[in-house]
Design a protein around this ligand. Structure first.
Ligand code: BG6
Length: 476
């Protein structure tokens, strides 16, 4: 018994990290556009530095991305050549509703994605669409305060109705919010939240999270009403938390850390706020304003599958003075048993199997790994070739761990999409030199380069992996 015959192999991107064309086709400005590369990025994406427009002192890599807005046909042809069964991409909300609160959508934006989806189907590629991958129209942030405002539920619902209606028959797999738990760690990027001096940030974040959770349930409801074929998933930045040592205090701390993320999926998949979070909010003096009907809505519209990103496991302790290391949005205690990427993200293939088992045990719904990969510096040799054996090594070990979870442990898995199947702008740092792709893009951190696409060694390797449905992972 191997992976399912219709296993959805593919790759993933996000609109703001690859499209560019930020002011074309009637598109409006979004939070993700105004996140600069450089030392201020962190403060901006966490909502602590006000950046509501471009200024002269910063460079904004999302303006150009990798210019996929103009080059998507070439890129999708390369995905087709690798044999992708699915391509995960996100919709830029501001292409559809440039300000976010209009009553009528922007036809040019709708047409753009229709063409793109049709292009995918030409190659037998099933689109997997993230409705919001970190993006929020700037107008909604300026006028309404982003997701802290209940009105967002209405605007998001309008967006979803338009998308599900227009793309009926073209798109079947939908994700409501990318890495929904990111709201706690990078709230401007995750939910358009900018904090005023002295504001109770936790209160704002959990209220905004409630609005996203309600919106996710609304989306699931109308997706099913408009087309019963639609499959809707939630999306979590995952990675099991290990205790630093076997002291019960560390074990408990790691459980708590897991719960701070699982809380979101508990609501989206089980349909109610878990007791531990209600107690936590009570302890912290946080009150969530709920409207009548919210509880029923959440209960009656749970997701069809659970998707998640996995880059690394995490380590938790109550001890001070332990070495820390970077990771996907949240830093972690450094695990002495693991190697790290050039950005300090630790490499733990078995952690993927552990994470899959944790999630499957908890929810018993099909899983979908929608992000996994190695951000690395690729140096083309004198002939322009990129021999990225380190990436092949990372991916093959993770795919093996994923297969173990399926074949040995019985986890039900719909598919696997590697992150940044084509090099793109890093969400965390805004850099181009942190590359994940099978396809190299000639563009550097300063925005110089021809934007030419080039296959790396991993391109043919992944093509073989897909062709053998994951049976042949060798690098030869
Ligand atoms: C996830 C995001 O957090 O990790 C992606 O969904 C992001 O948007 C990816 O790009 C990798 O992170 P980074 O910081 O290396 O781009």
């Amino acid at each position: 018994m191997g992976l399912r015959k219709d296993f959805l192999w593919g790759g993933a991107t996000a609109a703001n990290q690859c499209e560019g064309g930020y002011n074309e086709g009637g598109r409006g400005l979004a939070n993700v556009d105004v996140a600069p590369i450089g030392e201020d990025r962190e403060a901006v994406i966490s909502g602590n530095m006000k950046m509501f427009d471009f200024d002269e002192n910063h460079r904004y890599p999302a303006k150009v991305g990798i210019d996929m807005y103009h080059r998507y046909k070439e890129d999708i042809a390369l995905f087709g050549e690798m044999g992708f069964k699915t391509y995960r991409l996100s919709i830029a909300w501001t292409r559809i509703f440039p300000k976010g609160d209009e009553l009528e959508p922007n036809e040019e934006g709708l047409q753009f994605y229709e063409d793109l989806f049709k292009e995918c189907h030409k190659y037998g590629i099933e689109p997997l669409v993230t409705i919001t991958h970190f993006d929020c129209p700037m107008h909604l942030i300026k006028e309404y305060g982003g997701w802290r405002n209940r009105k967002m539920v209405e605007f998001y619902e309008r967006l979803c109705k338009v998308l599900f209606t227009r793309y009926k028959g073209l798109v079947k797999y939908w994700l409501t919010f990318n890495e929904i738990n990111m709201i706690l760690h990078a709230p401007f990027m995750g939910a358009g939240l900018y904090f005023e001096e002295g504001e109770n940030k936790e209160q704002v974040k959990y209220q905004a999270a409630h609005h996203e959770l309600v919106s996710s349930a609304v989306a699931t409801k109308i997706a099913h009403e408009i087309d019963p074929e639609n499959q809707v998933g939630c999306m979590l930045a995952a990675g099991a938390n290990y205790p630093y040592n076997c002291r019960p205090e560390d074990v408990w701390a790691s459980r708590q850390a897991d719960r701070s993320s699982y809380f979101f999926i508990d609501v989206q998949s089980r349909g109610e706020y878990p007791a531990y979070v209600l107690k936590q909010l009570e302890r912290e003096g946080i009150t969530i304003q709920m409207e009548e009907g919210d509880k029923e809505l959440l209960k009656n519209n749970t997701v069809d599958f659970i998707s998640f990103s996995y880059y690394s496991s995490h380590v938790t302790t109550t001890e001070n003075n332990v070495e820390k290391t970077d990771g996907n949005a949240f830093s972690s205690v450094k695990n002495p048993y693991l190697d790290s990427s050039e950005w300090g993200w630790q490499i733990d293939p078995l952690g993927l199997r552990i994470t899959m088992n944790d999630i499957y045990d908890r929810y018993q719904k099909p899983l979908f790994i929608v992000e996994n990969g190695l951000g690395a510096i690729d140096e083309p040799d004198e002939n322009g070739n990129i021999t990225d054996d380190y990436r092949i090594d990372y991916l093959s070990k993770h795919i093996q761990a994923m297969k173990d979870a399926v074949e040995t442990d019985g986890v039900d898995l719909l598919g696997y999409t590697t992150w940044g199947c084509i090099d793109l702008v890093s969400a965390g740092t805004g850099e181009m030199k942190k590359r994940y792709g099978f396809i190299y893009v000639d563009l550097d951190n300063e925005g110089n380069g021809t934007l030419e696409r080039r296959k790396k060694k991993s391109f043919d390797w992944y093509k073989k992996v897909i062709a053998t449905n994951g049976e042949d992972l060798s690098n030869d």
